[in-house]
Write a protein that binds this ligand. Structure first.
Ligand code: ATP
Length: 358
């Protein structure tokens, strides 16, 4: 009796959500067998905890059919995020490079397009702010830049850029909206009103493919993708469809933010995507006398960069909403005279230099 025989014996036991064998998606692991003894660990996400007894019985029956009677099954509860991470990493090999979607000229070798996904562990840390300003800074330095706002839950890019129009049809293709010298496509263009998006399964799986294949991008040097927070389906799809996509992980100086951000970066690493670096946002506030105040603590970005074995690309200060002229300056498009803008310009140069070095 080998481990493979044991895996085969329990391969019919499936995950309810994905209908895939638990062994294939990493939710049964540490499978060992030794003569008449078998042991394994079953990982239970919250919605499956009630299945513990049923699973124990199913596994026991299946293993007993092989003649083994000494069966040890450990159950470990995991969060939904952990479940998604495990499945993402496990499935990556098999779903990677779906052939029908590889025909986008953008993805071909020699297209010269650099893809950068901007990720974060949780929402509200400034992922979209980093996407938009990095894209602007790259455009300002002479690059042709496209933005894919793939944040299905908080597609804020059109609003940030003040885009009012919708993309037009160009033959049987979609023309991205031009704004601030960049080409923009957003999930927000394809939903009505401000309803939360309930794109699941097949539709979600098609989204990145549609944005790559059916949008007429023309010539672009960079495509920056604003991912939804966390390590869900869209992030996984990007990792799968765009194997060359590099990642920037945005975090704040908060310890908790650093912790959750690490997962987004680790997913990239485990799926062999380079992590370009970490951006720490809302790092400090510079007062009118030029003194820095580290309102949310210090070092979170650096710590995350070390953990992911990458570079701290930038520390973006907090922009005050209180401006001399009373205007609402907490705009996400940083003014070209601001400290923040200079930092974004430096970051864009760094990224361009590393592209040229490759
Ligand atoms: N450095 C900064 N200084 C001041 N305000 C900022 C800064 N960075 C971001 N903000 C503000 O914080 C809020 C959240 O930023 P943003 O929408 O970029 O985050 P996000 O991570 O993309 O969030 P979500 O995942 O919900 O889309 C916005 O109102 C933005 O204007």
């Amino acid at each position: 009796m080998t481990k493979e025989d044991l895996v085969a014996a329990i391969a019919h036991i499936k995950d309810e959500e994905h209908q895939l064998p638990l062994t294939d998606i990493g939710l049964i692991r540490d499978i060992t067998t030794n003569k008449d003894r078998a042991a394994m660990t079953v990982l239970l996400p919250p919605d499956s905890v009630s299945r513990e007894q049923e699973l124990r019985e199913q596994i026991t029956r299946a293993v007993q059919k092989t003649g083994i009677t000494d069966i040890h099954i450990r159950f470990k509860t995991i969060s939904n995020e952990e479940k998604n991470d495990i499945i993402a990493i496990k499935l990556n090999k098999s779903v990677r490079r779906a052939p029908t979607l590889m025909n986008s000229p953008l993805l071909s070798e020699g297209s010269g397009v650099t893809f950068i996904a901007v990720a974060s562990g949780k929402g509200g840390v400034g992922k979209s702010t980093v996407t938009v300003n990095l894209a602007r800074a790259l455009a300002k330095q002479g690059n042709r830049v496209g933005i894919i706002d793939a944040d299905i839950y908080g597609h804020s890019i059109p609003e940030m850029l003040g885009i009012k129009e919708l993309p037009q049809k160009q033959g049987n293709r979609i023309a991205p909206v031009e704004s601030h010298g960049m080409k923009v496509i957003s999930t927000g263009f394809f939903v009505q009103g401000n309803k939360p998006v309930v794109w699941r399964g097949p539709m979600l799986g098609k989204m990145i493919g549609t944005f790559l294949n059916e949008v007429e991008w023309g010539s672009v040097d960079y495509i920056i993708l604003d991912l939804p927070p966390g390590t869900g389906d869209v992030a996984l799809d990007v990792h799968n469809r765009i194997p060359q996509c590099a990642e920037i992980v945005v975090t704040t100086p908060h310890k908790t933010a650093h912790h959750v951000a690490a997962r987004a970066g680790e997913m990239a690493l485990q799926t062999n995507h380079p992590v370009l670096g970490v951006v720490e946002n809302m790092s400090y506030f510079t007062d009118p006398e030029g003194r820095r105040h580290y309102l949310f603590g210090r070092g979170g970005g650096q710590k995350l960069a070390e953990e992911l074995n990458t570079e701290l690309l930038a520390e973006i200060p907090i922009q005050s909403a209180d401006t001399p002229d009373g205007a609402d300056a907490a705009s996400t498009l940083f003014d070209e005279n601001s400290e923040q803008w200079h930092i974004f310009m430096d970051m864009a140069s760094k990224i361009m230099n590393s592209k040229n070095a490759n």
